[in-house]
Design a protein around this ligand. Structure first.
Ligand SMILES: C[S@@+](CC[C@H](N)C(=O)[O-])C[C@H]1O[C@@H](n2cnc3c(N)ncnc32)[C@H](O)[C@@H]1O
Length: 252
């Protein structure tokens, strides 16, 4: 399935998804970034625009790009209803339509695990950043130094979501940033507990499929269960922990 189809079905769910609309990770990232007021910001794989709106509210000048027209339609609707001026464009992260050194800050949140080539994305981010500019990358990660858990988690994610390519580990991201010529400024773990059912429903999973995937998770290897912490609370609510990493890098 192409990325375009995969996200189109459920674009509206991303507008309200708690995983995407709760912005503590972005608030936390500000500790590692220069003041953003007045900056030229590019939010890549913007989805329904949560990250783009966050920086627009901080008085930055923001472009948001994505390859999925339905996600961009929802983002534009939100932008109009909130009277926030973000310019949205259809464009792949691997081939950005912008001139070299146009932006002070490039952001990419909860999207890089969909990219077939993280390096192509990083090299484009590097190209459009001005010297001294920053990249803010937030994504779910797999554990450092545990190939078995990393493979299990990526295979599970691919069965949940056909558009999933690969979650990298924090160490993989550090290496890739270096390869793209970006200097790591900070790398911060941001574990986030998610309700299991909405997480599956965003991917149109029916009750039977949800239960089967839950059973798989509950019977996963111990190192995976320690990392993802699947739990059922006293009201029968199922949850798991996804491990986001907040990385800030700079172009010298
Ligand atoms: C989960 S959403 C992004 C969430 C959003 N960044 C936020 O903070 O709420 C992932 C988005 O990545 C987009 N995407 C995936 N691959 C892409 C690519 N190669 N170029 C541009 N956008 C891409 C999808 O279309 C989708 O809208």
């Amino acid at each position: 399935m192409s990325h375009t189809n995969g996200f189109s079905k459920n674009a509206d769910l991303y507008r309200t998804s708690r995983a995407h609309s709760e912005l503590e990770d972005l608030e936390q990232s500000l500790e590692h970034l220069p003041a953003v007021t007045g900056l030229e910001v590019l939010d890549v794989a913007t989805g329904t625009g949560h990250t783009a709106f966050f920086f627009a509210r901080k008085q930055a000048h923001v472009f948001g790009v994505d390859i999925n027209e339905e996600m961009l339609r929802v983002a534009q609707e939100e932008s109009d209803s909130k009277s926030l001026s973000v310019r949205f464009l259809k464009c792949p992260v691997e081939d950005l339509v912008f001139d070299d050194e146009k932006f002070d800050l490039v952001t990419c949140r909860l999207a890089a695990h969909h990219f077939p080539s993280p390096l192509n994305f990083l090299s484009e981010a590097h190209r459009v950043l001005r010297k001294g500019g920053h990249l803010l990358l937030i994504d779910n990660v797999v554990p450092d130094g545990d190939t078995e858990a990393a493979e299990w988690i990526n295979s599970y994610e691919t069965r949940r979501d056909e558009t999933h390519e690969k979650c990298l580990s924090p160490q993989d991201w550090k290496s890739a940033l270096g390869e793209a010529g970006l200097t790591l400024v900070s790398s911060t773990a941001f574990p986030k507990t998610l309700q299991y059912d909405p997480w599956m429903e965003r991917m149109s999973k029916e009750a039977g499929e949800k239960d089967a995937l839950w059973e798989e998770l509950m019977h996963s290897p111990e190192n995976v269960r320690n990392y993802l912490k699947p739990k059922v609370d006293s009201k029968g609510q199922r949850s798991l922990r996804l491990n986001r990493q907040i990385l800030v890098a700079q172009k010298s």
